[in-house]
Design a protein around this ligand. Structure first.
Ligand code: NAD
Length: 440
Protein backbone atom coordinates (compact mmCIF):
# COMPACT_ATOMS: atom_id res chain seq x y z
CA UNK A 1 0.00 0.00 0.00
CA UNK A 2 1.38 3.40 -0.98
CA UNK A 3 0.80 6.37 1.26
CA UNK A 4 0.96 10.11 0.66
CA UNK A 5 1.20 12.60 3.51
CA UNK A 6 0.05 16.09 2.57
CA UNK A 7 1.57 18.78 4.78
CA UNK A 8 5.02 18.00 6.19
CA UNK A 9 5.17 20.14 9.34
CA UNK A 10 5.52 18.79 12.88
CA UNK A 11 2.71 16.29 12.37
CA UNK A 12 3.08 15.40 8.69
CA UNK A 13 6.86 15.00 8.55
CA UNK A 14 6.75 12.76 11.62
CA UNK A 15 3.89 10.73 10.20
CA UNK A 16 5.54 10.34 6.78
CA UNK A 17 8.89 9.30 8.25
CA UNK A 18 7.34 6.82 10.70
CA UNK A 19 5.11 5.28 8.03
CA UNK A 20 8.19 4.71 5.83
CA UNK A 21 10.09 3.17 8.75
CA UNK A 22 7.10 0.86 9.29
CA UNK A 23 7.60 -0.41 5.74
CA UNK A 24 5.21 1.59 3.54
CA UNK A 25 6.15 3.45 0.37
CA UNK A 26 5.59 7.07 1.32
CA UNK A 27 5.45 10.34 -0.61
CA UNK A 28 5.37 13.52 1.49
CA UNK A 29 3.79 16.57 -0.17
CA UNK A 30 4.11 20.21 0.82
CA UNK A 31 3.57 23.57 -0.85
CA UNK A 32 6.75 24.82 0.84
CA UNK A 33 9.50 23.89 -1.67
CA UNK A 34 12.32 24.69 0.76
CA UNK A 35 10.84 22.34 3.37
CA UNK A 36 10.58 19.62 0.70
CA UNK A 37 14.23 20.16 -0.30
CA UNK A 38 15.39 20.10 3.31
CA UNK A 39 13.59 16.83 3.99
CA UNK A 40 14.83 15.25 0.73
CA UNK A 41 18.37 16.19 1.81
CA UNK A 42 17.85 14.26 5.04
CA UNK A 43 17.38 17.18 7.41
CA UNK A 44 14.34 17.59 9.68
CA UNK A 45 13.34 21.29 9.58
CA UNK A 46 12.38 21.35 13.26
CA UNK A 47 13.62 19.89 16.56
CA UNK A 48 12.16 16.51 17.43
CA UNK A 49 14.18 13.93 19.38
CA UNK A 50 14.85 10.73 17.41
CA UNK A 51 13.35 11.96 14.16
CA UNK A 52 16.56 12.89 12.25
CA UNK A 53 17.91 9.35 12.67
CA UNK A 54 14.65 7.86 11.39
CA UNK A 55 14.59 10.24 8.42
CA UNK A 56 18.06 9.06 7.42
CA UNK A 57 16.97 5.45 7.77
CA UNK A 58 13.76 6.00 5.77
CA UNK A 59 15.54 7.85 2.94
CA UNK A 60 18.21 5.15 2.76
CA UNK A 61 15.52 2.48 2.47
CA UNK A 62 14.32 4.20 -0.71
CA UNK A 63 10.74 4.11 0.60
CA UNK A 64 10.43 7.83 1.35
CA UNK A 65 10.65 10.98 -0.70
CA UNK A 66 9.08 14.43 -0.69
CA UNK A 67 7.57 16.51 -3.49
CA UNK A 68 5.56 19.65 -4.20
CA UNK A 69 3.61 17.92 -6.99
CA UNK A 70 -0.01 17.03 -6.29
CA UNK A 71 -0.17 15.28 -9.70
CA UNK A 72 2.55 12.93 -8.49
CA UNK A 73 0.73 12.48 -5.19
CA UNK A 74 -2.57 11.64 -6.91
CA UNK A 75 -0.94 8.99 -9.07
CA UNK A 76 1.07 7.57 -6.17
CA UNK A 77 -1.17 7.12 -3.16
CA UNK A 78 -3.69 4.49 -2.12
CA UNK A 79 -4.22 6.38 1.15
CA UNK A 80 -3.72 10.15 1.32
CA UNK A 81 -3.25 11.64 4.79
CA UNK A 82 -4.11 15.32 5.23
CA UNK A 83 -1.73 16.85 7.80
CA UNK A 84 -1.79 20.57 6.94
CA UNK A 85 -2.10 23.32 9.54
CA UNK A 86 -5.39 24.62 10.97
CA UNK A 87 -4.26 27.75 12.84
CA UNK A 88 -6.50 30.32 14.47
CA UNK A 89 -7.92 32.86 12.01
CA UNK A 90 -6.57 36.32 12.56
CA UNK A 91 -9.22 38.50 14.17
CA UNK A 92 -11.42 35.53 15.13
CA UNK A 93 -11.37 32.53 17.44
CA UNK A 94 -12.35 30.24 14.57
CA UNK A 95 -10.00 27.74 12.93
CA UNK A 96 -8.58 28.80 9.57
CA UNK A 97 -9.55 25.98 7.21
CA UNK A 98 -7.95 27.55 4.12
CA UNK A 99 -5.08 25.07 4.10
CA UNK A 100 -7.24 21.99 4.56
CA UNK A 101 -9.60 23.13 1.83
CA UNK A 102 -6.68 23.93 -0.49
CA UNK A 103 -5.06 20.52 0.11
CA UNK A 104 -8.30 18.70 -0.73
CA UNK A 105 -9.26 20.81 -3.74
CA UNK A 106 -5.74 20.62 -5.21
CA UNK A 107 -5.48 16.87 -4.73
CA UNK A 108 -9.02 15.92 -5.84
CA UNK A 109 -8.63 16.43 -9.63
CA UNK A 110 -5.84 13.82 -9.60
CA UNK A 111 -7.90 11.13 -7.89
CA UNK A 112 -8.96 8.87 -10.75
CA UNK A 113 -9.38 5.58 -8.85
CA UNK A 114 -10.78 4.28 -5.60
CA UNK A 115 -8.62 5.69 -2.80
CA UNK A 116 -8.98 6.80 0.79
CA UNK A 117 -8.35 10.36 1.94
CA UNK A 118 -7.78 10.38 5.70
CA UNK A 119 -7.73 13.67 7.59
CA UNK A 120 -5.40 13.94 10.57
CA UNK A 121 -5.45 17.72 11.08
CA UNK A 122 -7.49 19.05 14.01
CA UNK A 123 -10.69 20.52 12.57
CA UNK A 124 -14.03 21.87 13.80
CA UNK A 125 -16.75 19.23 13.94
CA UNK A 126 -18.60 19.06 10.60
CA UNK A 127 -15.51 19.80 8.48
CA UNK A 128 -15.02 16.18 7.37
CA UNK A 129 -18.57 15.85 6.01
CA UNK A 130 -18.11 19.09 4.06
CA UNK A 131 -14.76 17.92 2.68
CA UNK A 132 -16.30 14.59 1.63
CA UNK A 133 -18.85 16.47 -0.50
CA UNK A 134 -16.07 18.60 -1.95
CA UNK A 135 -14.01 15.52 -2.85
CA UNK A 136 -16.92 13.68 -4.43
CA UNK A 137 -17.69 16.71 -6.58
CA UNK A 138 -14.11 17.39 -7.70
CA UNK A 139 -12.49 13.95 -8.03
CA UNK A 140 -12.80 12.18 -11.41
CA UNK A 141 -13.44 8.98 -9.42
CA UNK A 142 -16.42 10.70 -7.73
CA UNK A 143 -17.72 8.99 -4.62
CA UNK A 144 -15.38 6.06 -5.07
CA UNK A 145 -12.95 8.40 -3.29
CA UNK A 146 -13.79 8.05 0.39
CA UNK A 147 -13.00 10.35 3.25
CA UNK A 148 -12.14 9.24 6.78
CA UNK A 149 -11.05 11.20 9.87
CA UNK A 150 -8.15 9.88 11.90
CA UNK A 151 -7.27 12.58 14.45
CA UNK A 152 -3.72 12.78 15.69
CA UNK A 153 -2.76 12.89 19.36
CA UNK A 154 1.04 13.06 19.14
CA UNK A 155 2.94 15.31 21.52
CA UNK A 156 5.88 17.34 20.28
CA UNK A 157 8.97 16.06 22.06
CA UNK A 158 7.54 12.51 22.08
CA UNK A 159 6.28 12.51 18.49
CA UNK A 160 8.10 9.37 17.32
CA UNK A 161 6.94 7.17 20.20
CA UNK A 162 3.43 8.61 20.03
CA UNK A 163 3.25 7.81 16.31
CA UNK A 164 4.74 4.33 16.56
CA UNK A 165 2.73 3.37 19.65
CA UNK A 166 -0.09 5.79 20.40
CA UNK A 167 -2.38 5.43 23.44
CA UNK A 168 -5.27 4.83 21.07
CA UNK A 169 -6.33 5.28 17.48
CA UNK A 170 -9.62 6.79 16.33
CA UNK A 171 -11.06 5.91 12.93
CA UNK A 172 -13.96 8.10 11.82
CA UNK A 173 -15.40 6.31 8.79
CA UNK A 174 -18.54 6.00 6.70
CA UNK A 175 -17.94 2.48 5.31
CA UNK A 176 -16.43 -0.89 6.17
CA UNK A 177 -14.04 -0.42 3.23
CA UNK A 178 -12.61 2.77 4.74
CA UNK A 179 -12.20 1.07 8.13
CA UNK A 180 -10.44 -1.87 6.47
CA UNK A 181 -8.03 0.45 4.62
CA UNK A 182 -7.14 2.22 7.86
CA UNK A 183 -6.65 -1.11 9.62
CA UNK A 184 -4.24 -2.14 6.83
CA UNK A 185 -2.25 1.07 6.86
CA UNK A 186 -1.98 1.02 10.66
CA UNK A 187 -1.43 -2.73 10.90
CA UNK A 188 2.10 -2.34 12.39
CA UNK A 189 0.66 -0.04 15.07
CA UNK A 190 -2.47 -2.08 15.82
CA UNK A 191 -0.40 -5.31 15.97
CA UNK A 192 1.13 -3.96 19.21
CA UNK A 193 -2.27 -4.07 20.85
CA UNK A 194 -3.04 -0.34 20.50
CA UNK A 195 -6.80 0.08 21.06
CA UNK A 196 -8.81 1.46 18.17
CA UNK A 197 -12.16 3.22 18.36
CA UNK A 198 -14.13 3.03 15.13
CA UNK A 199 -16.81 5.70 14.91
CA UNK A 200 -18.46 8.23 12.63
CA UNK A 201 -16.76 11.30 11.15
CA UNK A 202 -18.14 13.85 13.58
CA UNK A 203 -17.32 11.85 16.70
CA UNK A 204 -13.76 11.35 15.45
CA UNK A 205 -13.35 15.09 14.90
CA UNK A 206 -14.75 15.77 18.37
CA UNK A 207 -12.51 13.27 20.20
CA UNK A 208 -9.48 15.42 19.43
CA UNK A 209 -10.89 18.76 20.55
CA UNK A 210 -12.60 17.18 23.56
CA UNK A 211 -9.27 15.64 24.63
CA UNK A 212 -7.40 18.94 24.24
CA UNK A 213 -10.16 20.81 26.06
CA UNK A 214 -9.92 18.38 28.97
CA UNK A 215 -6.15 18.77 29.19
CA UNK A 216 -6.39 22.57 29.02
CA UNK A 217 -9.05 22.47 31.73
CA UNK A 218 -6.85 20.41 34.01
CA UNK A 219 -3.96 22.86 33.64
CA UNK A 220 -6.14 25.93 34.16
CA UNK A 221 -7.89 24.26 37.09
CA UNK A 222 -4.69 23.94 39.08
CA UNK A 223 -3.63 27.43 37.99
CA UNK A 224 -6.95 28.81 39.26
CA UNK A 225 -6.11 27.09 42.56
CA UNK A 226 -2.73 28.87 42.42
CA UNK A 227 -4.56 32.21 42.31
CA UNK A 228 -6.50 31.22 45.42
CA UNK A 229 -3.30 30.05 47.10
CA UNK A 230 -1.63 33.38 46.47
CA UNK A 231 -4.56 35.19 48.06
CA UNK A 232 -4.43 32.99 51.17
CA UNK A 233 -0.77 32.14 51.65
CA UNK A 234 -1.43 28.48 50.81
CA UNK A 235 1.00 26.43 48.72
CA UNK A 236 -0.38 25.23 45.36
CA UNK A 237 2.53 22.83 44.94
CA UNK A 238 1.56 20.90 48.06
CA UNK A 239 -2.10 21.19 47.10
CA UNK A 240 -1.45 19.65 43.66
CA UNK A 241 0.59 16.82 45.15
CA UNK A 242 -2.13 16.04 47.65
CA UNK A 243 -4.82 16.07 44.95
CA UNK A 244 -2.77 13.80 42.71
CA UNK A 245 -2.89 10.90 45.20
CA UNK A 246 -6.58 10.57 44.32
CA UNK A 247 -6.53 8.20 41.37
CA UNK A 248 -9.72 9.76 40.03
CA UNK A 249 -7.83 13.03 39.66
CA UNK A 250 -4.26 11.94 38.93
CA UNK A 251 -1.13 14.07 38.80
CA UNK A 252 -0.57 14.44 35.06
CA UNK A 253 -1.21 17.94 33.72
CA UNK A 254 -1.72 19.14 37.28
CA UNK A 255 1.51 21.11 37.50
CA UNK A 256 0.87 24.75 38.31
CA UNK A 257 2.83 27.47 36.56
CA UNK A 258 2.93 29.69 33.55
CA UNK A 259 0.27 27.73 31.69
CA UNK A 260 -0.14 26.21 28.26
CA UNK A 261 0.75 27.51 24.82
CA UNK A 262 1.86 26.08 21.51
CA UNK A 263 0.23 25.49 18.16
CA UNK A 264 -2.59 23.28 19.51
CA UNK A 265 -4.20 23.76 22.94
CA UNK A 266 -4.92 27.52 22.84
CA UNK A 267 -6.25 27.61 19.28
CA UNK A 268 -8.12 24.31 19.65
CA UNK A 269 -10.15 25.39 22.68
CA UNK A 270 -10.96 28.74 21.05
CA UNK A 271 -12.03 27.08 17.79
CA UNK A 272 -14.15 24.60 19.77
CA UNK A 273 -15.94 27.35 21.69
CA UNK A 274 -16.52 29.21 18.42
CA UNK A 275 -17.83 26.12 16.62
CA UNK A 276 -20.18 25.28 19.49
CA UNK A 277 -21.63 28.77 19.20
CA UNK A 278 -22.16 28.30 15.46
CA UNK A 279 -24.04 25.10 16.29
CA UNK A 280 -26.23 26.92 18.82
CA UNK A 281 -24.72 25.08 21.80
CA UNK A 282 -22.15 27.67 22.83
CA UNK A 283 -23.24 27.46 26.48
CA UNK A 284 -22.15 23.82 26.67
CA UNK A 285 -18.48 24.74 26.35
CA UNK A 286 -18.62 28.40 27.39
CA UNK A 287 -16.32 27.43 30.27
CA UNK A 288 -13.50 27.06 27.74
CA UNK A 289 -13.30 30.85 27.52
CA UNK A 290 -12.75 30.91 31.29
CA UNK A 291 -10.05 28.24 30.88
CA UNK A 292 -8.39 30.44 28.25
CA UNK A 293 -8.74 33.51 30.51
CA UNK A 294 -7.14 31.76 33.49
CA UNK A 295 -4.33 30.65 31.21
CA UNK A 296 -3.70 34.15 29.86
CA UNK A 297 -3.64 35.56 33.40
CA UNK A 298 -0.70 33.25 34.22
CA UNK A 299 1.48 35.15 31.78
CA UNK A 300 0.45 38.53 33.18
CA UNK A 301 0.96 37.29 36.75
CA UNK A 302 4.44 35.99 35.93
CA UNK A 303 5.37 39.40 34.51
CA UNK A 304 3.95 41.04 37.67
CA UNK A 305 5.99 38.73 39.86
CA UNK A 306 9.20 39.67 38.03
CA UNK A 307 8.28 43.35 38.40
CA UNK A 308 7.55 42.86 42.13
CA UNK A 309 10.79 41.05 42.81
CA UNK A 310 12.60 43.90 41.01
CA UNK A 311 11.05 46.35 43.48
CA UNK A 312 8.18 47.60 41.34
CA UNK A 313 9.89 48.55 38.09
CA UNK A 314 11.86 46.55 35.54
CA UNK A 315 13.04 49.52 33.47
CA UNK A 316 16.79 49.24 33.02
CA UNK A 317 16.89 45.89 34.86
CA UNK A 318 18.66 42.90 33.30
CA UNK A 319 16.49 39.80 33.19
CA UNK A 320 17.60 36.30 32.20
CA UNK A 321 14.75 34.44 30.50
CA UNK A 322 15.44 30.72 30.63
CA UNK A 323 13.35 29.13 27.88
CA UNK A 324 11.59 30.29 24.74
CA UNK A 325 9.86 27.16 23.40
CA UNK A 326 6.27 26.58 24.48
CA UNK A 327 7.43 23.42 26.21
CA UNK A 328 10.66 21.48 26.73
CA UNK A 329 12.02 19.11 24.06
CA UNK A 330 10.58 21.28 21.30
CA UNK A 331 11.69 24.27 19.24
CA UNK A 332 8.08 25.32 18.69
CA UNK A 333 7.44 28.91 19.75
CA UNK A 334 3.84 29.21 18.53
CA UNK A 335 1.91 31.07 21.25
CA UNK A 336 4.80 30.36 23.63
CA UNK A 337 4.17 31.69 27.17
CA UNK A 338 7.93 32.09 27.71
CA UNK A 339 8.43 34.45 24.79
CA UNK A 340 5.25 36.31 25.63
CA UNK A 341 6.60 37.04 29.12
CA UNK A 342 10.06 37.94 27.79
CA UNK A 343 8.62 40.33 25.19
CA UNK A 344 6.30 42.00 27.72
CA UNK A 345 9.20 42.60 30.13
CA UNK A 346 11.26 44.02 27.27
CA UNK A 347 8.39 46.34 26.35
CA UNK A 348 8.37 47.51 29.98
CA UNK A 349 11.97 48.65 29.59
CA UNK A 350 13.93 45.64 30.84
CA UNK A 351 17.00 44.27 29.09
CA UNK A 352 15.90 40.68 28.53
CA UNK A 353 18.45 38.00 27.63
CA UNK A 354 16.93 34.73 26.41
CA UNK A 355 18.41 31.26 26.28
CA UNK A 356 16.67 28.11 25.06
CA UNK A 357 18.38 24.80 24.22
CA UNK A 358 16.49 24.32 20.92
CA UNK A 359 14.32 27.30 19.99
CA UNK A 360 16.91 30.07 19.57
CA UNK A 361 16.60 30.45 15.79
CA UNK A 362 12.80 30.55 15.89
CA UNK A 363 12.82 32.94 18.85
CA UNK A 364 15.32 35.29 17.17
CA UNK A 365 13.20 35.43 14.03
CA UNK A 366 10.01 36.19 15.98
CA UNK A 367 11.58 38.56 18.55
CA UNK A 368 14.66 40.29 17.14
CA UNK A 369 14.25 42.97 19.84
CA UNK A 370 15.32 40.52 22.58
CA UNK A 371 18.94 39.67 23.36
CA UNK A 372 20.14 36.08 23.14
CA UNK A 373 22.78 34.13 25.05
CA UNK A 374 24.65 30.91 24.36
CA UNK A 375 23.86 29.14 27.65
CA UNK A 376 21.78 29.54 30.80
CA UNK A 377 24.79 30.86 32.71
CA UNK A 378 25.62 33.23 29.88
CA UNK A 379 22.04 34.58 30.00
CA UNK A 380 22.27 35.00 33.77
CA UNK A 381 25.52 36.98 33.69
CA UNK A 382 24.87 40.29 35.47
CA UNK A 383 21.13 39.58 35.80
CA UNK A 384 18.94 41.33 38.35
CA UNK A 385 16.38 38.52 38.05
CA UNK A 386 16.42 35.03 36.54
CA UNK A 387 13.05 33.84 35.21
CA UNK A 388 12.63 30.14 34.43
CA UNK A 389 9.95 30.04 31.73
CA UNK A 390 10.27 26.63 30.01
CA UNK A 391 11.03 23.55 32.12
CA UNK A 392 13.93 22.04 30.17
CA UNK A 393 15.80 19.37 32.18
CA UNK A 394 18.96 21.36 31.57
CA UNK A 395 17.50 24.15 33.73
CA UNK A 396 16.44 21.78 36.52
CA UNK A 397 20.07 20.68 36.74
CA UNK A 398 21.50 24.19 37.21
CA UNK A 399 23.63 24.42 40.32
CA UNK A 400 22.22 27.36 42.36
CA UNK A 401 25.70 28.30 43.60
CA UNK A 402 27.14 28.29 40.06
CA UNK A 403 24.43 30.66 38.88
CA UNK A 404 24.78 32.77 42.01
CA UNK A 405 28.38 33.41 41.02
CA UNK A 406 27.43 35.15 37.75
CA UNK A 407 24.26 37.15 38.55
CA UNK A 408 24.07 40.67 39.94
CA UNK A 409 21.27 39.79 42.36
CA UNK A 410 20.15 36.37 43.56
CA UNK A 411 16.49 36.57 42.63
CA UNK A 412 14.68 33.83 40.73
CA UNK A 413 11.10 33.48 39.50
CA UNK A 414 10.36 29.82 38.80
CA UNK A 415 7.53 30.10 36.30
CA UNK A 416 7.28 26.33 35.94
CA UNK A 417 7.67 24.99 39.49
CA UNK A 418 10.66 23.16 38.09
CA UNK A 419 13.23 23.88 40.81
CA UNK A 420 13.67 22.81 44.40
CA UNK A 421 13.04 26.03 46.39
CA UNK A 422 15.00 24.87 49.44
CA UNK A 423 18.25 24.29 47.58
CA UNK A 424 17.96 27.69 45.86
CA UNK A 425 17.15 29.45 49.11
CA UNK A 426 20.03 27.63 50.81
CA UNK A 427 22.35 29.14 48.18
CA UNK A 428 21.11 32.61 49.11
CA UNK A 429 18.48 33.08 46.42
CA UNK A 430 15.16 34.84 46.83
CA UNK A 431 12.93 32.21 45.21
CA UNK A 432 9.40 32.97 43.98
CA UNK A 433 6.84 30.78 42.20
CA UNK A 434 3.20 31.39 41.29
CA UNK A 435 0.90 30.13 44.02
CA UNK A 436 3.64 29.43 46.55
CA UNK A 437 4.14 31.39 49.76
CA UNK A 438 6.83 34.05 49.85
CA UNK A 439 9.64 33.13 52.25
CA UNK A 440 11.69 36.12 53.41
P1 NAD B 1 2.75 22.93 10.79
O1 NAD B 1 2.45 24.35 10.56
O2 NAD B 1 4.05 22.53 11.42
O3 NAD B 1 2.70 22.16 9.39
C1 NAD B 1 1.72 22.36 8.42
C2 NAD B 1 2.36 22.09 7.04
O4 NAD B 1 1.34 22.11 6.04
C3 NAD B 1 3.39 23.16 6.63
O5 NAD B 1 4.61 22.51 6.27
C4 NAD B 1 2.75 23.85 5.43
O6 NAD B 1 3.68 24.30 4.46
C5 NAD B 1 1.89 22.71 4.88
N1 NAD B 1 0.81 23.15 4.01
C6 NAD B 1 -0.01 24.22 4.12
N2 NAD B 1 -0.90 24.25 3.12
C7 NAD B 1 -0.66 23.16 2.36
C8 NAD B 1 -1.27 22.61 1.20
N3 NAD B 1 -2.32 23.20 0.62
N4 NAD B 1 -0.77 21.49 0.68
C9 NAD B 1 0.31 20.88 1.26
N5 NAD B 1 0.91 21.33 2.37
C10 NAD B 1 0.43 22.45 2.90
O7 NAD B 1 1.53 22.34 11.61
P2 NAD B 1 1.48 21.04 12.55
O8 NAD B 1 1.91 21.39 13.93
O9 NAD B 1 2.15 19.90 11.85
O10 NAD B 1 -0.09 20.80 12.62
C11 NAD B 1 -0.81 20.26 11.54
C12 NAD B 1 -2.19 19.85 12.04
O11 NAD B 1 -2.05 18.80 12.97
C13 NAD B 1 -2.97 20.95 12.76
O12 NAD B 1 -4.34 20.79 12.50
C14 NAD B 1 -2.69 20.66 14.22
O13 NAD B 1 -3.70 21.17 15.07
C15 NAD B 1 -2.68 19.15 14.20
N6 NAD B 1 -1.90 18.52 15.27
C16 NAD B 1 -0.66 18.99 15.57
C17 NAD B 1 0.07 18.39 16.58
C18 NAD B 1 1.41 18.91 16.99
O14 NAD B 1 1.90 18.51 18.06
N7 NAD B 1 2.05 19.78 16.21
C19 NAD B 1 -0.48 17.29 17.28
C20 NAD B 1 -1.72 16.81 16.91
C21 NAD B 1 -2.43 17.44 15.91
Amino acid sequence: MRVTVIGTGYLGATHAICMAVMGFEVLGVDVDASKVDTLNQGRVPFFEPGLPELLTKALESGRLRFTTSFAEAGAFGDVHFICVGTPQQSGSEAADLTYVDAAVTTLAPYLTRRVLVAGKSTVPVGTAARLADLLHGLAPAGDRVELAWNPEFLREGFAVDDTMKPDRMVFGVTSAWAEQRLREVFEPVLAQGVPVKVTDLQTAELVKVAANSFLATKISYINAMAEICEATGADVHDLAEALAYDERIGGRFLRPGLGFGGGCLPKDIRAFAHRAEELGVGQAVGFLREIDGINRRRRARTVDMVVEICGGDVAGKRIAALGAAFKPNSDDIRDAPALDVAATLRAAGAHVVVYDPAAMDNARRAHPELAYATSALDAARGADVVALLTEWNEFREIEPSAMAAVVRRRKIVDGRHALDPSSWRAAGWEYRALGRPVVQ
